[in-house]
Structure formats: structure tokens, C-alpha cells
Design a binder for this molecule. Sequence first.
Ligand code: PMP
Ligand code: GLN
Length: 384
Amino acid sequence: MASPTIHSKLPKVGTTIFTKMSMLAAEYKAINLGQGFPDFMMNPDLIALVNKSMQDGNNQYVHMNGLLSLRERLAEKMADLYDANIHPDSEITITPGGTYAIYTALTTVLRPGDEVIVFEPAYDSYIPNIIINGAIPVLIPLSFPSYSINWQLVKESITSKTKMIVLNSPNNPTGSVLSSYDIEQLRSVVKNTGIFILSDEVYEHLIFDDLRHETMLRYPDLLERSFVCFSFGKTYHCTGWKLGYCVAPQPLMNEFRKVHQFNCFSSHSPVQFALSEFVQQKEQYLQLGKTIQQKRDYFQSLMQQTKFTALPSHGSYFQLYRYEGLSEEKDMDLSVRITKQYGVATIPVSAFYTGQKDDRVIRFCFAKKQTTLEEAVNRLIKCG
Ligand code: PMP
Ligand code: GLN
């Protein structure tokens, strides 16, 4: 009997490196400094607010664009932090996580044959999201080892088919951040073009060394062509809650919502009621950069006892380390070996390159309890 044959829309895609390394960590009972999630407790007050919200009966659908009072609070926050004039009703949509917001923005804009500029190493979802829409990722390597953008290469890569540029600052996996120079360059590249911007800013508050977060929200000429994506999971240490939002000007957001309403329709309601209160507590996000920076600094000081060499991290949960004094193995082989042999899981940076470019660098997530970092480094000291 004939049976249906499925022709993969993503033939080159396997299981994500984060899942693979987390499964390996579980199998070998390794300390997981691979996948990006905190192992410390989130704020119990937010848990209490969600609990109360459920008890109060906020358990049915909210508006498809998200609870209006939450969007109003977010608009106030963006005005306060970035001097941005965002209309809560027409320019913000609450989504089930940042990943979903990114996918929806790409799907809203892209048609087959469109070109999208993506910088590598790239967060793993961008390229499959582009390909599934029939569009073409145009890959530009960040300059190694600073992981900065080579704007000359960007200018040379623009064609009449360029539809979008994907940005991610603070950057996963590199911890690099956009500077005011990058913004100037970006402005000159997109000026008088029809190019859209997808700006993944899920780590907006995880920025260190008193650097300023260069969000598209600060620049009306960039914002008019941008979809800016955020995640509550990163801001409130609850990555498993999968709630985020997208900000875009009304004409772009109208189209975004057409895609959104038939995919998810509306996002988890009790958490939205809780967040509409909790986002008013400014200190919760204003102190975040400092708190996570202390973890970066502590981890970095402990790591000096090992043969790994730190590359700078100015933001995110992550820091990259070179290991040339330790091994000549491929980064993937080293990551797997130290998980199995020494009990610490990491992420090989080649996994963020389509061509598996291997600069012999691995990524550590330092958003962990002090004791976790200490125990991990005690194990890494033994690595040879
Ligand atoms: N973008 C980047 C760069 C990330 O690291 C993450 C974290 N997984 C996301 C987007 C997605 O966030 P969320 O978990 O809210 O989907
Ligand atoms: N963003 C997280 C990381 O980079 C993981 C999220 C996921 O597993 N997709 O580790």
C-alpha cells in the first residue's frame, strides 16, 4: 500500500546543540554550563503574583495581542529607558517567547528568494527560520576574536534582493555588544533602502561594564523598519515560562499580528497579569546587569586556574573561552570529552556556524550559583 513520503523542509537541520549537550550532561551527571539558563531561584514575589493571578481566576484567553495593561507598562518602560515613543495598543504584541517573536517577524516579511543578512556565529534559530520561508541567508562572519561587525563586508553583501538584516545584541554566543559606531554604520547601510531589521534584544538588561544597550528603540529612523524582540524569560530568570514580546511600528505590527493570530492567537494569561504588576518594579531589571556581571567576573577569576583563556564578554549569559594551551581537538570533540571525562558540559562555538567554522572556542554559561561555578571550575582545573 502506498504511504506518504515526507520531504523535509529543513533537510540539513538536526536536534539543536543545546538539547544535545543538555542530554549528554544529564547522561553523565555533568554540571551543565552549556545550555543558557540560570540554576538559581527566580524572584519568589513573581511566582506569588502568578499564583495569585491564577487563584483570582485570570485563566482564560487575554486579548490576542496581549494583556493591554502589560503592554501599557512595557510602553512606559521603553519610554523611560530608551526615550522611545511606543504605542501600547498598536505597536507591542505579547508572544510565547522570544524565539516565537523572531520566527513570526521573519515569516511576516520574507518571501521566497529574499536575501537576509545574518552574522555568524548566529543564534541557532535564525537560519532555519529564514530557510523555511524560502528565503536565502547571506552569511557574514563576525571578525574573530573581537566578534565585531565588518561593515565593509555588509556593504558589499547588499543586493537588490536584500530584505532584512538580523542583529543580536548583547550577542549569543559571543557576549559582544553593538556600539554607537555600529549604529552609525547600520544607519548609513539601510538609509533610503527597503531593508527591514530584525533585532533580537532578549539580553537587553544583561549588559556589563556600564555599556549602554544600543537598542533600535532609541533611533526612530531604525525603528521605523524594525521588529525588536524581547524575552521575559531572560529578564526574570524564568526561561521555561516562554513569554516575550515584539515591538514594531504599526504597519509592520499589523502584518505581524496576521501571522500571529493563526499560529498562537494569545499567550499565557496568568503570567501576563502578574507581569503587568511586576514590571513596575524598576530595580528588578535595573540591577540585573550588575548582578550577572559579578557572576561573569567571579567565573573569570576562577577560570584563571585552568588552561582555558577568556575572550571578552560584555553581555548575555555567556563567555567564550579558547583552549589552545590544552588541546588541539575540534571544539565539538573537546566539549563532548570534557562532559564525559570531567563532568562539565559546554557548547562548541562551531555549532553557531553553518559551515562549522572551528576557531577552537567553547561557550560557557556563567548564570549559575556561586557553588555551581566553583564546582565546575574545580573539575575544569583537571582538564588536560
Ligand atoms: N534569542 C537569543 C539570542 C537567545 O539566546 C534566546 C534564548 N533561548 C532567545 C532568542 C529565545 O528566547 P525565548 O526563550 O524567550 O524563546
Ligand atoms: N538560548 C539558550 C542558549 O543559547 C537556549 C535555548 C534553547 O535551548 N533553544 O543556550
